[in-house]
Ligand binder design. Structure first.
Ligand code: CMX
Length: 424
């Protein structure tokens, strides 16, 4: 990883200088007021984290290193990781070095398969992914470097090594989980000379359709990062700030992704689409769809795939998947229901008036596309999300090691302290 490390090393003095200068010259400047409402409301909107890899605005969605995600829909997934880490796309040589490094790590140690096979047959695939990453921790170069006394400012190199081990392995582990958990037969060995996403598609063994392989690439790019404040990124950052290595931190972050209000929503979304299909024995009319979604809201349930904590427009990642379906003329009952929901749900949510954002997020479309090509086990979908998000989380952890960020330690307050503060 010489070229990659060289590129990162060139950026470190600038990153550290910016951090030091901001802290020294403007450390006392106020960014926002920490209200009791923000404390009670999941810290929504409270600026409290540094994230350089991507940013999310309410009116545009995610930019990776300041490039709108819709301008990155043709890049390779590993190039996206390089972009997240360095701020620019790799040269041909840098891209090949990274591709080969990931390939070299795609043969997973046998002890991982033993652990996964020993887990109960009905384990959730996300629990399997988390267990596998925690188990893979023994390969950590970071822990070794730390134990051997590497200084804090040198730990980023071992962090990058861990990211490569983890990313190279996570696609093979995820594919293995798919095959073990859903009785798909023997594991499929990685192949040589393929891109990271092609290899992932190959090891999954779902389809050889070139459009499916391209969908996997697109899927990995679109889900790669979503700034630093979402549950999985923030959790991983907190854990890694204690100098826990990438494996511990990633497993912690992905445990957050497994929650239904975060990454598990894509599983729930497809479940919702299939419920609609079964209920109406096909695609409902607009009127039936309106009534169905209203009933769900009146039951106190959310509409999966709609709304967002930050976005206030249609998620551009939804748009990218929608465009993929249009470009490839994909049509089946699930895809038709996904499209119909897009026509009906925003209206219904606006009418109800509770959701701050009535528009679809990424999860509203992704599952129906995976299902279309034959990945029908939707309990697996959050693992797909996790493989991709490992790029963003890994690059964020790396950034903080490069920047020399300190341990995370905000202040908690009791009800009594809040009441006293309120009385002042
Ligand atoms: N359907 C019904 N009600 C919704 C809704 C939806 N899709 N989205 C928000 N609301 C409701 C909330 O439940 C909340 O109701 P209460 O006041 O009764 O608690 C109210 O509208 C206000 O919520 P909000 O400020 O709009 O949204 P939050 O920032 O609190 O939550 C999110 C954001 C994503 C959890 C929420 O929109 C939701 O539950 N959506 C459905 C699940 C989903 O698609 N999650 C995937 C998110 C993408 C990701 O993070 O990966």
């Amino acid at each position: 990883m010489e070229l990659f490390k060289k590129r990162l090393a060139e950026t470190i003095p600038g990153i550290r200088a910016q951090r030091t200068a901001l802290a020294k010259e403007h450390g006392e400047k106020q960014l926002a007021t920490a209200t009791i409402g923000a404390l009670l409301g999941g810290m929504r909107g409270l600026p409290a984290l540094l994230c350089e890899t991507s940013s999310v605005s309410a009116d545009e969605g995610v930019r990776i290193r300041n490039t709108p995600i819709l301008e990155l829909t043709n890049i390779e997934a590993e190039d996206c990781f390089f972009l997240l880490c360095t701020g620019s796309l790799p040269s041909k040589e840098e891209a090949e070095e990274l591709r080969a490094a990931l390939e070299a790590k795609s043969t997973v140690p046998d002890y991982i398969w033993n652990v996964l096979r020993a887990m109960p047959a009905d384990s959730h695939p996300m629990a399997m992914l988390s267990a596998a990453l925690n188990t893979l921790e023994r390969e950590s170069a970071f822990r070794k470097a730390y134990d051997e006394g590497a200084g804090k400012d040198k730990l980023w190199e071992a962090t990058l090594d861990d990211c490569i081990t983890l990313l190279g392995s996570i696609s093979a582990i995820a594919a293995g989980i798919y095959r073990i958990r859903f009785n798909k037969g023997e594991l499929i060995a990685p192949k040589t000379g393929a891109t990271w996403s092609e290899n992932f598609a190959h090891m999954l063994g779902v389809s050889n359709d070139p459009n499916w392989i391209d969908l996997i690439r697109l899927y990995l790019v679109l889900h790669s990062d979503h700034e630093g404040g979402n549950v999985s990124a923030m959790t991983a950052h907190t854990v890694s700030s204690a100098l826990s290595d990438v494996f511990y931190s990633m497993a912690a972050g992905l445990n957050g992704l497994a929650g239904p209000l975060h990454g598990l929503a894509n599983q729930e979304c497809l479940g919702f689409i299939i419920d609609i299909r079964n209920h109406f024995n096909g695609v409902p009319t607009d009127e039936q769809m309106r009534e169905f979604t209203w009933n769900r809201l009146n039951n106190g349930q959310v509409i999966p795939g709609y709304g967002h904590a930050v976005l206030r427009v249609t998620d551009p990642r939804f748009t990218a998947f929608y465009q993929f379906a249009e470009q490839h003329n994909l049509s089946d009952e699930n895809i038709d229901i996904m499209k119909k929901l897009f026509n009906i749900v925003p209206e219904v949510l606006k009418e109800q008036g509770k959701a701050s954002n009535p528009w679809p997020n990424v999860d509203a479309a992704s599952g129906s596309l995976l299902y279309h090509y034959g990945m029908t086990e939707f309990e697996f979908y959050t693992v797909m999300f996790g493989v991709s998000r490992a790029m963003g989380i890994g690059s964020q952890i790396l950034f903080h090691r490069m920047a020399g960020s300190p341990i995370v330690r905000p202040k908690s307050m009791t009800f009594a302290q809040l009441q006293a503060a309120a009385a002042k």
